[in-house]
Write a protein that binds this ligand. Structure first.
Ligand SMILES: Nc1ncnc2c1ncn2[C@@H]1O[C@H](COP(=O)(O)OP(=O)(O)OP(=O)(O)O)[C@@H](O)[C@H]1O
Length: 225
């Protein structure tokens, strides 16, 4: 169970007069399902990069439980992310030339964590997300199918945290709805914290909490009753 706590976060770039992300304090409890919204340029991707440790904070703290990502060197941050966070990105980040099955397993294989139970879980997850042909090359799949493979990959290691950055943005509305429902269902069944950056109201509406960013700051933070 890993609560997220951001403290005194400020992300700045040379030549800019104001930080692109400025969050004095933010807490997200384990198992919460949170949507992060905001106009283009409001800091959403920067927020994702900070809470996943893809970008190292120079000012402030981004802690999951006892682990302050700002204090970890890159290699340890990458390892920690692989073990604890399932990531689903807008442009899938899948590997052409590999099958759906091998794409789901690749990060675990690279981390020497693809044991027999993971192979079984990869098959079961592909069934869950509705991919029947496990050996189909990823580049021959539809965009909706690719994103479902990416969801299966994100869940392989049963992460405590699932982060999705515009996961339905490049999908048509039907495929987007399927992926949105899958993320919510699978995160709920694992008890994972789910953080979804999206403009898609169908993805945002069922979440427990909605955080809106504006010019790098939290403009509103609303929980459902
Ligand atoms: N390396 C950088 N150097 C300078 N400015 C940057 C850099 N990276 C991001 N920014 C600026 O930070 C701001 C926030 O960017 P970010 O990508 O987080 O926004 P966003 O809300 O995800 O936008 P979008 O919805 O368009 O993807 C933008 O104004 C962007 O131009």
């Amino acid at each position: 169970m890993l609560p997220l706590r951001l403290e005194d976060v400020a992300v700045t770039f040379p030549g800019l007069s104001a930080p692109v992300l400025s969050i004095p304090v933010l807490e997200i409890a384990p198992g919460e399902r949170v949507a992060v919204t905001g106009p283009s340029g409001s800091g959403k991707s920067t927020f994702v990069n900070i809470i996943t440790g893809l970008e190292k904070l120079k000012t402030g703290h981004a802690s999951w439980g006892e682990t302050d990502l700002a204090a970890l060197p890159e290699g340890r941050r990458d390892r920690w992310r692989g073990e604890n966070i399932g990531l689903v990105m807008q442009d899938f980040h899948l590997f052409p030339g590999l099958s759906a099955f091998d794409n789901v397993l690749l990060p675990a294989r690279l981390a020497h964590a693809a044991d027999r139970s993971r192979l079984e879980r990869a098959k079961a997850l592909l069934e869950t997300v509705g991919i029947a042909r496990h050996d189909q090359k990823i580049e021959t799949m539809s965009r909706g199918e690719m994103q479902r493979v990416a969801v299966a990959r994100a869940l392989l290691r049963e992460p405590a945290i699932l982060v999705a950055d515009e996961p339905t943005a490049s999908l048509d509305s039907e495929a987007g709805a399927v992926v949105g429902e899958l993320l919510l269902e699978l995160a709920t069944s694992l008890g994972s914290t789910l953080i979804v950056v999206s403009h898609d109201e169908r993805l945002v509406a069922p979440m427990d909490r909605r955080i809106s960013l504006l010019a790098g700051a939290i403009a509103s933070d609303e929980r459902k009753d």
